[in-house]
Design a protein around this ligand. Structure first.
Ligand code: HT7
Ligand code: ZN
Length: 893
């Protein structure tokens, strides 16, 4: 397969003004008739250019005509991927195409397919070409009119984009609806749903006094569990009006939940389609995390109406233009709805554990990639999450008002257009009269910048000099990088824990206690004056840039001090994490360098867990002025993946065991405090679960974190208590946390609890996803056998993406079983990828790209070799999809 390059972008020679679609939906085959009003987009010339339409080999072409006349076979050519039409007339013309398709056989879940007996679509990125031949690219924006016809009994609900223009009955018990969308859009935002669905309706009054009808559709059994999604939608609509002055632009907004969906959700114009796990929520089946995900994703898709739909991307390389910006917007929304510090910590943890790894692996790419084989492979954490961090840089630098001015100018200039990331940056720059040219480097370079800060205090001059340097490691295809502009937010703490007023040399103005330094060079000094005593540096406040920071000479005592006193909640949390990362690294090295005696003794001989760390975490745990969510995050150990890459040729099993040792030591020493925490945060009998109620959720978070620690003690009394909790829990957060505590323990209660949960919830497919995930990810030795059985279990279906993610992605996280020394875990994943690829290439690609296979060079030589063998085996498979091929071949380079 040939890569597509960003530098090759060219506008199309034809544009489409209007698209008329007629869908005749049937059980055996469906017919799609399209009429496109085409308009020339080329320089005048004597001959007309050819028109190359995108398509797929499973389209059965019935007819092609231009201005009502059939195109002769001599005037068009067809390949598996294209329909090329020659000798077109000068000027505007109408092109009519009829194709047959078989949605019921479409297991890829791209284009038009069936889920739970209903028809639905997924067109981003390039699914529309699976529905009919078209100019399937985002810079072709057209108005759409869609007629949908189907059997009235089987498919009573027929939904499309925009407003209903007409509806009625048709022959043979069929009915039809015609939808019209007045807003020009790219075809990736086209959607259709036909099915037997229940609906919950509500209304939103806009700031300008219009009433918008809101409807959520699900299978009848789930419709009583959509209130949280509906409330989230209304909150999001209000927030966007208040925060960015953005009002909804149609009279109807629909959300449809489907159970077979490759990603989370899709922002089709006025007809969002959602993975059911991100719409349906009830206290007894959904955790606090599920609730916050529903809230965040409902908002994210809604926000796309402006950032993505009204202003869209010129080409797919610009994906971060809409995704980075919309993630930033949903992060801000969730911060305003809940706890801002906790949200920031969650987002940074995700970035660190998954995006930093991606940025250091074989698939590393800039937020605006230079090339791809399959665009589907670039819906990544880099494009989404790092992209959001780059948007955040503008906000940090320009302030809230400056950022808003930039957004206003962006919409003023580009409403109704398909644009680039440069257009966004220019709007930010021009609205604020700033030169932001150097920020282009963030869009073109992969890799996580490593920033070193050396604070040098001069007592006689009362100055503190911060010597800052940056380096971006090499990534595939990019050996040398130039410095990027890094807003580095810093504060200085006095010995009593107070914040010092900051005076930056060469800068007048009021002394603030947080200062954003703009680091633009490879090495740069910043001097603070009037510093009365040697301060403790608090750096990268609020995680002001997506970098890895190292403060030279920072002592454990300083970290403990920051953990106790920093006024910046992110840095406070970060101090604890830095302490723990250092501890895990030290113990890992101690354990690796000797083979005798037993691991626990080696670790103890290396100093074990120092008292300073235990007491710092103990103080956090018992703190009265912090909420339970923050405490839970503060006492969590950094994920193993945060250390992979930093420790060369890592043995993942040894790291897992070191981590386990630290958890157990902390649990043993802090047992009284942990037990007290559980007791104090127990919900009172009769307390009812209130979705989104922060205090309740915070108490559950810290209680369950404490129980998680206690479960590491291997104490039969704890196991019995956890089993009892799985039985008596009144909400899913508590029930699944208790089960998680047992899932990694080799005790009789584990089996009982798993069996009981299955019996209780076997008819609820969303709870079954959790049940599968807990078992597949368990770190009990020899668990592969159970996981292989799970694949055959009735609760699992290989055709369902959610089930595949629950099983295979969770298995990838089990250090003990995925990284088993005999390579059996690697073989199981390779076999599974090959099986899934025959059914759904996007899901298969997501499994490989989430695996350690893409970072094999970071692992010990034996494991790296075993991973390479499995990748080679996958790459040799006949009929391998381009999706999997791209990831596997890059990982083998
Ligand atoms: N914009 C949506 C992307 C998406 C997608 C991409 C590839 C294949 C399937 C997909 N489903 C949804 C989701 C979003 O970011 O809002
Ligand atoms: Zn999105």
């Amino acid at each position: 397969p040939n890569p597509i390059y960003r530098k090759d972008y060219k506008p199309t020679p034809y544009l489409v003004e209007h698209v008329y679609l007629d869908f005749l939906l049937n059980e055996d085959k469906s017919t799609v008739k399209s009429k496109l009003s085409m308009t020339p987009n080329y320089e005048n010339s004597s001959s007309t250019p050819k028109l190359e339409l995108d398509g797929r080999k499973d389209l059965t072409l019935i007819s092609v005509s231009v201005n009502g006349k059939a195109v002769s076979e001599a005037d068009y050519e067809r390949t598996d991927k294209k329909l090329t039409i020659n000798n077109l007339p000068q000027g505007k013309f109408d092109l009519e195409i009829v194709v047959d398709i078989k949605p019921q056989e479409n297991t890829s879940l791209e284009g038009l397919y069936k889920s739970g007996g209903n028809f639905c679509t997924q067109c981003e990125a390039e699914g529309f070409r699976g529905i009919t031949y078209f100019l399937d690219r985002p810079d072709v924006m057209a108005k759409y009119t869609t007629r949908i016809e189907a059997d009235a009994k089987a498919y009573p609900v027929l939904l499309g984009n925009g407003n209903v223009l007409e509806k009625g009955s048709a022959a043979a018990g069929r009915h039809f609806v015609v939808w019209e969308d007045p807003w020009p859009k790219p075809c990736y935002l086209f959607a259709l749903v036909a099915g037997d669905l229940a609906c919950q309706e509500d209304v939103f009054h806009t700031v300008s006094g219009r009433d918008i009808t809101l409807r959520i559709y699900t299978e009848a059994k789930d419709i009583h569990n959509v209130s949280w999604a509906m409330d989230s939608l209304k909150q999001a609509m209000k927030w966007d009006e208040e925060t960015f002055g953005l009002e909804y632009d149609l009279d109807l907004f629909n959300i449809v939940a489907v159970s077979d969906f490759n990603m989370g959700a899709m922002e089709n114009k006025s007809l969002n389609i959602f993975n059911s796990r991100l719409v349906i929520a009830s206290p007894s089946t959904s955790t606090d995390l599920d609730y916050s995900r529903v809230e965040g994703v409902v908002a994210h898709e809604y926000f796309h109406n402006w950032t993505g739909n009204r202003v869209t991307c010129r080409d797919w390389f610009q994906l971060t233009l809409k995704e980075g910006l919309t993630v930033f917007r949903d992060q801000e929304f969730s911060s305003d709805m809940n706890s801002r510090p906790v949200k920031r910590i969650e987002d940074v943890s995700r970035l660190r554990t998954a995006q930093f790894t991606e940025d250091a692996g074989s698939m590393a790419h800039p937020i605006r990639p230079d090339s791809y084989i399959k665009m589907d492979n670039f819906y990544t954490l880099t494009v989404y999450e790092k992209g959001a961090e780059i948007v955040r840089l503008y906000r940090t630098l320009l302030g809230k008002d400056g950022f808003r001015k930039g957004m206003d100018l962006y919409f003023k200039r580009h409403d109704g257009q398909a644009v680039t990331c440069d257009d966004f940056r220019n709007a930010m720059a021009d609205a604020n009269k700033k030169d932001l040219t150097s920020f282009a480097a963030w869009y073109g370079q992969a890799g996580t910048p490593q920033v070193k800060v050396s604070p040098v205090y001069d007592a006689s001059g009362r100055t503190l000099t911060l010597k800052v340097s940056q380096h971006i490691p090499a990534t595939p295809g990019q050996a040398h990088k130039k410095p990027v502009p890094i807003p580095l937010a810093v504060g200085l703490l006095a010995s009593d824990g107070s914040e010092m007023p900051l005076h930056l040399k060469g800068e007048a103005g009021e002394a603030a206690t947080t200062k954003v330094l703009l680091v633009e060079e490879a090495q740069q000094d910043f001097v603070f004056t009037e510093v009365p005593e040697k301060p403790v540096l608090s750096a990268l406040r609020d995680f002001s840039a997506p970098v890895k920071l190292q403060v030279e000479g920072q002592t454990d005592a300083e970290l403990v001090f920051l953990l106790a006193h920093d006024s910046d909640p992110f840095c406070r949390w970060e101090a604890g994490q830095t302490l723990l990362r250092a501890l895990l690294t030290t113990l890992y090295h101690a354990a690796r360098d000797q083979k005798e005696p037993e691991l626990e003794d080696r670790l103890a001989a290396a100093g074990g867990v120092p008292e300073s760390v235990t007491s710092a975490l103990g103080s956090l745990l018992t703190s009265k002025d912090l909420d339970g969510m923050f405490i839970a995050a503060g006492i969590s150990l950094p994920a193993a993946t945060e250390l992979i890459g930093d420790i060369p040729n890592i043995d993942p099993l040894l790291l897992h065991n070191v981590r386990k040792y630290v958890v157990k030591q902390l649990a043993a020493r802090l047992r009284p405090q942990l037990e007290a925490t559980v007791k104090q945060n127990e919900s009172a009998p009769g307390d009812s679960f209130v979705p989104g109620e922060f205090d309740q959720a915070a108490r559950r978070a810290v209680k369950n974190k404490a129980l998680g620690y206690l479960s590491a003690l291997d104490d039969p009394a704890v196991h019995a208590d956890l089993l009892e909790r799985t039985r008596s829990a009144t909400n899913m957060t508590d029930q699944i946390s208790a089960l998680a505590g047992l899932a990694d323990s080799e005790c009789p209660e584990r089996k009982t609890a798993l069996e009981e949960l299955y019996k209780q919830w076997k008819d609820d497919s969303l709870v079954m996803l959790k049940w599968i995930a807990l078992q597949a990810g368990a770190n009990v030795p020899g668990n592969l056998k159970n996981v292989e059985k799970l694949v055959e279990h009735p609760a699992f279906s290989i055709k369902n993406p959610n089930a595949c993610y629950s099983l295979f992605l969770s298995f990838l996280r089990s250090a003990v079983n995925f990284h088993a020394a005999d390579g059996s875990g690697y073989k199981f994943i390779a076999d599974s990828v090959l099986k899934v690829d025959k059914i759904n290439r996007q899901v298969a690609a997501r499994i490989v790209s989430s695996s350690a296979f893409t970072a094999l060079k970071d692992y010990d030589l034996e494991r790296a070799q075993m991973m390479r063998e499995q990748l080679t085996r996958i790459s040799a498979e006949n009929g391998l999809s381009e999706n999997v091929f791209e990831i596997v071949s890059k990982s083998l380079e």
